[in-house]
Design a protein around this ligand. Structure first.
Ligand SMILES: [Zn+2]
Length: 339
């Protein structure tokens, strides 16, 4: 079994996301591509498909966790009409105070949340000061304030940016809080983050430290997403963290796991005569079906590939970017992961 396969979580949950882009000028009105790159980063990081996972040092490789969450932009609005999942709203407010609630309130120049029981709301706006983003843990605030806020400069992958938070890991970190994760340095050497597989660490990590750095008599897991290292220097959750997040989803945010806001209703492969393998796949994907047009969609519902299958043939998917894809065969949807 290859390492990706062994990490692949059998229970994958689809989380419907609405991104509210609050902008006061063109810079703040970030592109669709930036938003897509953020969703892709979340999907890689939450399925242990991030390319830099290979940097995990040998002493931590056995505790790498695959969360098994797939994020998708909602495909219909609150009235059921087709929707991009991206809610762009002009605001007169040039910058919002970090940790304030104003961006979530239309009376304060913000935009009101969509039903927070059924959607992960992400507000992207200009935050004043040094706040990269912040999130609410389950049950910590009134429903209408529940969600994740990210400064527009640190949302998505932006390789032109000179700051070290340009790979979308701020959202990976904040979504971790949203699903009940504490910082790994919480409680310092008393290790109060609720996970034994994240070693005690005396204080937050900044920059891109030596991976053999120690504190509290153990080697620091500086590359954990729930620390503060640069985006390029954080690349793992642990098994315990993955369990906490799935538990939070199923017990504290149960509607998120069952909402079909992405219009992705998956057919059960076991119930059909169709076989799709290997899954996850890197190059040749085999599909057992005959005389069928097979359509491939990315998580935004875009048709990325089409092929007519005469008889149990294969299709080369090596050109697709890593992530989750859907295959439509005879009006049934199936899912596979490209790595
Ligand atoms: Zn944090």
């Amino acid at each position: 079994m290859n390492p990706v396969q062994s990490l692949l979580n059998q229970d994958n949950y689809i989380i419907p996301v609405v991104v509210h882009v609050l902008y006061n000028n063109d810079d703040q009105n970030i592109s669709n591509d930036r938003i897509y790159s953020q969703i892709e980063t979340l999907n890689n990081d939450y399925n242990a498909l991030n390319a830099d996972l290979e940097n995990v040092p040998s002493n931590f490789i056995n505790v790498v966790g695959n969360v098994g969450l797939t994020f998708c932009l909602v495909q219909s609005d609150l009235n059921g009409n087709p929707f991009s999942g991206i809610n762009r709203v002009f605001t007169n407010v040039n910058s919002f105070q970090g940790f304030s609630d104003d961006m979530k309130d239309s009376d304060q120049g913000g935009v009101d949340a969509w039903d927070t029981n059924n959607y992960l709301n992400i507000w992207v706006c200009n935050l004043s000061g040094n706040t990269l983003g912040f999130a609410t843990m389950p049950g910590s605030v009134d429903q209408e304030l529940d969600g994740v806020v990210i400064d527009y400069e640190y949302f998505g992958v932006n390789l032109n940016a000179t700051n070290p938070y340009n790979l979308g890991r701020t959202a990976t970190h904040e979504v971790g809080h949203f699903f009940n994760l504490e910082h790994t340095f919480y409680g310092s050497c008393n290790d109060l983050d609720g996970c034994d597989d994240t070693p005690e660490i005396s204080s937050p990590t900044y920059g891109c430290p030596d991976i053999t750095q120690e504190s509290c008599q153990s080697i620091n897991m500086t590359m954990n997403y729930m620390d503060y290292a640069n985006d390029a220097c954080m690349y793992m959750f642990t098994i315990c963290q993955a369990e906490i997040m799935i538990d939070a989803l199923l017990t504290l945010r149960p509607n998120l796991a069952t909402n079909s806001g992405c219009d992705v209703s998956l057919s059960d492969l076991k119930q059909s005569n169709i076989e799709i393998y290997p899954n996850p796949v890197s190059d040749l994907l085999f599909i057992k079906t005959q005389n069928q047009m097979v359509l491939f969609f990315d998580i935004y519902g875009r048709n990325v590939l089409s092929k007519y299958f005469y008889n149990n043939s294969s299709v080369d998917v090596s050109s697709l970017r890593a992530g989750t894809y859907f295959v439509s065969i005879n009006n049934q949807l199936y899912q596979f992961i490209k790595y």
